[in-house]
Design a protein around this ligand. Sequence first.
Ligand code: DHB
Length: 391
Amino acid sequence: MRTQVGIVGAGPAGLMLSHLLHLRGIESVVIDLRTREDIEETIKAGVLEQSTVDLMTRTGVGDRLARDGFVHQGINLAFNGDLHRINMYELTGGRAVMVYAQHEVLKDLIARRLTDGGDLRFEVTGTAVDGLGGDRPTIRFEHEGRQEVLECDFVAGCDGSRTYTRHLIPDGAVRTDFFRQYPFAWFGILAEAPPSSDELIYAHSERGFALISTRSPSVQRMYFQCDPDTDPDDWSEQRIWDEIQTRVSGAGATVKSGAIFQKAILQFRSFVCEPMQYGRLFLAGDAAHTVPPTGAKGLNLAMADVHVLDRALGAYYDAKDTGLLESYTSTVLRRIWRAQHFSWWMTSMLHRFSEATDFDLRRQIAELDMVTSSTAAARTLAENYVGLPLS
Ligand code: DHB
């Protein structure tokens, strides 16, 4: 088999890249070890930056998003006994975010790739990439009982945080990893309940962080800070609702409870590998970087990476111009480190650290006070939350 771009991983980065390349007439094959159902049903975050929404709309995969997504023009910060709204729309000259679940984005992209005749291979095993130093790398894998060899011009490593492709860039000699672990995690739930708030609430409290989000008028998404080794089975529905309520009630918010149908622990890590390319291999999305979930940047960064990679590959195939490919890492790293900083900042401002003293709590409240009372500081949060424009 032969294709132009072999894409390892059918997550947001891999599927969007395949879609964008198709629109400019470049062929790709996407492989993934998961089943299609697994990809379409795994629950992840659900906040799309303005640029992600615009990219999906502009490239013809925004119909369901426009119908089923919810535009949020502001967020609320709860701390020190009050709820403070940040009017992102006004502060950014008309930008907003869309609440629309990541697995719905994946459904839209898979459906569109298949309608367009795209080659997607699910449940592959034994993936092995060779020949990255030359100009004909290969991807070997097994699919439906057949051993396949896919010859490509380029390989895109879009295989998420449990990546195989990142490790093809020699550690130490070429690749440097930047890493931070946090001493807490999030307990995430999905519940059949009415919304507790029109807009998201990010709550700072003495018992730790809580986040009230939503998915639809009848399904709500909420999170609260917990120990990384928490076992969700130790938490009854009542205990979960009591904990969330306690963390937001200081600010006067009331949580509307209902049947919880999904519980999961989300680990907190900040990670970046540099460079994100090696010979004919280019990494995009979580294969190259992970952010803690506060601020919901993960999917959006993946989309921004492949937006740049698509244009670089386009320049190569249009005019044999390799300039944008050569500068891929430095182009995308700027946004990635901005998002790393933003996610770390939101995390550190809102969470309770195990060693926190009363000094730390008061300092956090002073910071939240600044962010909600200074227009300049509020705008900084708003601009980063709705997301930087795509380059
Ligand atoms: C959601 C997740 C986030 O990490 C966040 O900051 C806001 C919302 C969500 O899943 O709804």
